[in-house]
Design a binder for this molecule. Sequence first.
Ligand SMILES: [Zn+2]
Length: 399
Amino acid sequence: MALEPAAGPAKGRTLVRNIGLLLSGDLARPVLEADAILVEDGVIAAIGRDAEVRDRGPFDAVIDCHGSAVAPGLVDSHVHPVLGDWTPRQNQLGWVESFLNGGVTTMVSAGEVHSPGRPKDLVGLKAHAVFAQRSFHNLRPAGVKVLAGAPVLEKGMVEADFAELAAAGVTLLGEVGLGSVKAGYEAREMIAWARKHGIQSTIHTGGPSVPGSGYIDKDTVLEADADIIGHINGGHTSLSEAHVCELCERSSRAIEIVHNGNERVAIAAAQAARDLGVLHRVILGTDSPAGSGVQPLGILRMISLLAGLGGIAPEAAIACATGNTARIRNLDAGLIEVGRAADLLFLDRAQHSAGRDLLHSIELGDIPGIGMVMIDGAVRCGRSRNTPPAERVPELLHA
Ligand SMILES: [Zn+2]
């Protein structure tokens, strides 16, 4: 298990060349006409044609992609971390590192709800949130950026509590509905205070995920008006398809679809968003660790589900897991764009897939193979231990 202090970005200049397909993560322009990237001190410094970018040497390292694809690192919009790379829900160590091997470079906490003895009094819940924020800020499991410190709303919170949390560095709320605040009007007031102080909110949608979780119906979601309609396809028990489609239409908030939800409704929600012309609002998560366990390939599986069974274009499904989430959650990664963090996923068609190429293989429902993952310019893993083997794997050469 690799636990290490949050280091700054990797120093130096890396040329990434011979990219066969460059996926931007931007829904409006998902494929870029370029085959090289210059990474400088952990940031994307240039994107272009090999010959032009190569002119900007010397480099400290060169990554030859051998024709494989590059995409932004995947963002899991909905996880429940506890401490470092350990989850008591499934009594498992190293789950975050396993997600890195599934292409995830950033995870966003929807509440540290599995913490044993989680405090529910106001002083305790605020301290717990600040502790989680600091802990994951200071320590990145396997290099993965875990944005945590997401308090669960409890009755009795007042605006000053949100001001205090924000001043202490808290930027997220845990899933609304998992604590004692379940009524729409009550949640709405607290969510508005959170928003006023720069804290983003997510609401639990659907039936209880595990005993002790809540039931939140369509009208409560609309009334509470959280920034993100968390697991719109339930976690696991979903609202009816009609109510989910109504939420896509009547709310203007982010539509979060998770692996640990109802897969049939996942497809219905994505198609409703596409047909309404609001696919840019769709973001993906796993909601792990949950009762179904942890899914290191959960985000890749969501991409293949939406593309393979849902008829969403594979490059659009990838944008839902990268650029859409980056924009909605104000992340500095998630898009192949100059100035963004160099969180890069190197992938290719899995060996022996029936698909003609990477995108076609995803369209056929296959999981791609990951050959390398980079976070802030540092290579965090080579060929994934969890995906099927990629046909072509990039090679790291020191210049
Ligand atoms: Zn939930």
